[in-house]
Structures are given as structure tokens and as C-alpha cells.
Design a protein around this ligand. Structure first.
Ligand code: ACO
Length: 331
């Protein structure tokens, strides 16, 4: 008989490539300007993986540090989840590569694909597995190397996306702390708004797909923008419903870092001061599934998340997908 537990986050960390690409650097590559990128997105610079650096490398570094901070040995993990849409290889999963390299000899491992909502999906799944008693210690990683699947001639996408990884260790926390609730949503009808068309079984790789740049991110930015502006406040209201936590009780919101205008509009619609939203998009751009994980770890490192705080995580992106998770912080 499994005993139900109270799950929460035991440690967080992040890892980003050293190489910084500024808006001025992009001005030399595509027809864009620092002014346009800053005004339309809020991004000033982003991190781009070095030669040979892949998703599992950043995952490993973030995962190791999160374990150290949680005081957990890799051999104590019983599951590794890597949330990504830019895995090292289509298979084996990046989670299996991390499981091996980190030494999680007693853990299962799988990748989770939910676009930019990935880390919030992964954290929700992990918390509920620990809650149910089936697993005790889970490493959840959000990681991307989007620079490898960008068309560097497409100014609609190459100025936005970037690389990095964030990690959280999920385990049992004292009663009254940890996971409170989550919502996971999808609308597959909007799948074509953000898609990598080739490289799967529908359109396998050929010389034509490579020449046509079909192995890169294609995005209808304004459709995704409309969806995101509508969904972020809805996720917040839905995830807090019947929890006893009101919007005004939230101490910090960690939103997906897609566009500073989406964050400002969500703050307004929720009636929350924008200062309650953690924003680091100006330094890291949109790192998809890594974005909420990096922001969470950085906000914690900067002392902006403290024990007792009500923390609200919100993701949205390719799929289309969305996810919210609310926790009472315990570390
Ligand atoms: N530099 C200069 N001009 C540009 C650039 C650029 N980098 N990119 C586009 N433009 C131009 C367009 O060509 C267009 O010109 P036109 O009017 O002559 O045709 C004009 O700027 C306006 O383009 P829009 O696409 O309407 O610009 P918008 O204000 O919508 O901003 C943006 C674009 C930043 C992409 C915005 O739509 C956005 O943030 N969308 C949401 C993206 C998102 O949230 N993604 C998350 C999911 S990602 C995932 O899951 C992997």
C-alpha cells in the first residue's frame, strides 16, 4: 500500500552557455535593430551554445548543482525527466543520457515534449508522482539548444530564441509546504503556429527539406502572441481555483519568458503589480522549456523566493500547450 506524501522542491539551479549574443550582433546577421528587438520583445542579449555543446551538457551542469543544493546523491533519484523540444538525439532520450552521465543508477528516465510549457508540465508530473508515493526523489530539467534549430536568416525567430537549462529536485517536504495545485492544457488545433516541419515521420529529412530550411522553428508570432496574452491570466485563475490561495496571496510569479509585453499585459489582467513577475528575458531571450526553470533558479539565487512564499509558475507555447503550478516554497 503506497503512502501519500507531500511533494515540493528541494533544490534548484541553472546553467547557460558562456557565449553572449547581443542585439547588435544580430544586426550584423539579419535585417533587424536593437530598437525593434528591445521594444517588441524586451530582449537585449541571449546565450548561444558553443561548438559541440548540446542539451544534455547544460542539463547535466544544472542537474548536478540542483542535487548538490538539495543535498541529494544522484543514486537516490528514482526518476529523471528532461523537458525539451531540442533533444541531443530524437532517441535515445536526453533524459537517458543525463541519467547515465549524472550517475542516477536507480532512476527511470524520459523526455517530455510540451514546448515552452515543458518544465511546468514536468514539475507538475513529478510533484504528483511523489505525492502519490510511487517515487521519492525526481530530477526535473528544462533544457534547450534552440540555436541549432533556428534559421539564422529568419528575423521572425532568430532574434527571439536561445539556449540554456534549469533544474529542480522534487521530493518530500514538511506538511503545509510544497505542491498545491497544477493545471495542464493543450489545443493541438494551433500546432502549426509554432512548428519544426521536417525531421519526423511525416516529413523525413531529405536534401530538399534541408535546402528549404524545414528543420528549423517556423512561427506565426502574432497568432502565438494573441494566444499567450489570452491564456496566461486564465492559467493563473484556473490553477488557483478552490486552493484557498487568492491571486493577491501570490508572492512571486515565474512566467515563461516569451515577450515582456505578454508579461505586462498578464499582470494588468490579473490585477497584480508587474514587480511580482520575475523577468530575465532581457539577458536570456526565450529558452522555451528551460525558461521557467532558469527564471525559478535565478529568482531563488537572488533571494526573491523565500520559505513560506506562494510561488506561481506559468508556461505556454508550442502544441499549443499551457500549464500552471502553484507551490508553497519550503527551502
Ligand atoms: N526585426 C525587425 N522587424 C521585424 C523583426 C525583426 N527581428 N521581426 C519581424 N519584424 C517585422 C515584421 O516583418 C513586420 O513587418 P511588416 O509589418 O512590414 O510585415 C513587423 O515587424 C511586425 O511584425 P509582427 O510579427 O506583427 O510583430 P509583433 O509585434 O507581433 O512581434 C513577436 C513579433 C515578437 C514574435 C511577437 O509576436 C511574439 O512575441 N509572439 C509570441 C512568441 C511566443 O510567445 N512564443 C512562445 C512560444 S515558443 C515555443 O513554445 C517554442
Amino acid at each position: 500500500m503506497l503512502q501519500s506524501k507531500q511533494a515540493g522542491v528541494l533544490g534548484v539551479a541553472y546553467n547557460v552557455p558562456e557565449n553572449i549574443m547581443t542585439n547588435q550582433d544580430l544586426e550584423k546577421i539579419v535585417d533587424t535593430s536593437d530598437e525593434w528587438i528591445t521594444e517588441r520583445t524586451g530582449i537585449k542579449e541571449r546565450r548561444i551554445a558553443g561548438p559541440g555543446q548540446a542539451t544534455s551538457d547544460m542539463s547535466l551542469a544544472a542537474g548536478r548543482e540542483a542535487l548538490e543544493r538539495a543535498g541529494i546523491k544522484a543514486s537516490d533519484l528514482d526518476l529523471v525527466i528532461v523537458c525539451t523540444l531540442s533533444p541531443d538525439t530524437l532517441f535515445p532520450s536526453t533524459a537517458c543520457i543525463v541519467q547515465d552521465r549524472i550517475g542516477a543508477v536507480n532512476a527511470g528516465a524520459f523526455d517530455l515534449s510540451a514546448g515552452c510549457s515543458g518544465f511546468v508540465y514536468g514539475l507538475s508530473v513529478a510533484c504528483q508522482m511523489v505525492n502519490s508515493g510511487t517515487h521519492k526523489k525526481i530530477l526535473v530539467i528544462g533544457a534547450e539548444t534552440l540555436s541549432r534549430i533556428l534559421n539564422w536568416k529568419d528575423r521572425n525567430t532568430c532574434v527571439i530564441f536561445a539556449d540554456g537549462a534549469g533544474a529542480a529536485v522534487v521530493g518530500e517536504v514538511p506538511a503545509g509546504y510544497g505542491y498545491i495545485n497544477s493545471v495542464l492544457g493543450a489545443d493541438g488545433a494551433g500546432g502549426n503556429f509554432i512548428i519544426m516541419p521536417a525531421g519526423g515521420t511525416r516529413m523525413p529529412a531529405t536534401a530538399e527539406t534541408v535546402a528549404g530550411n524545414l528543420h528549423s522553428i517556423h512561427m506565426d508570432g502574432s497568432e502565438v502572441f494573441k494566444f499567450a496574452s489570452r491564456i496566461v491570466p486564465k492559467v493563473a485563475f484556473d490553477v488557483l481555483k478552490d486552493t484557498g490561495v487568492a491571486v493577491g496571496d501570490i508572492d512571486i510569479v515565474i512566467p515563461h519568458q516569451a515577450n515582456v509585453r505578454i508579461i505586462k499585459s498578464a499582470a494588468k489582467r490579473l490585477g497584480l503589480p508587474v514587480e511580482k513577475f520575475y523577468v530575465n528575458i532581457e539577458r536570456y531571450g526565450n529558452t522555451s522549456a528551460a525558461s521557467v526553470a532558469i527564471a525559478l533558479a535565478e529568482a531563488w539565487e537572488n533571494g526573491l523566493i523565500r520559505k513560506e512564499n506562494n510561488v506561481l509558475l506559468i508556461g505556454f507555447g508550442a502544441g499549443l500547450t499551457w500549464a500552471g503550478c502553484v507551490l508553497k516554497w519550503s527551502i
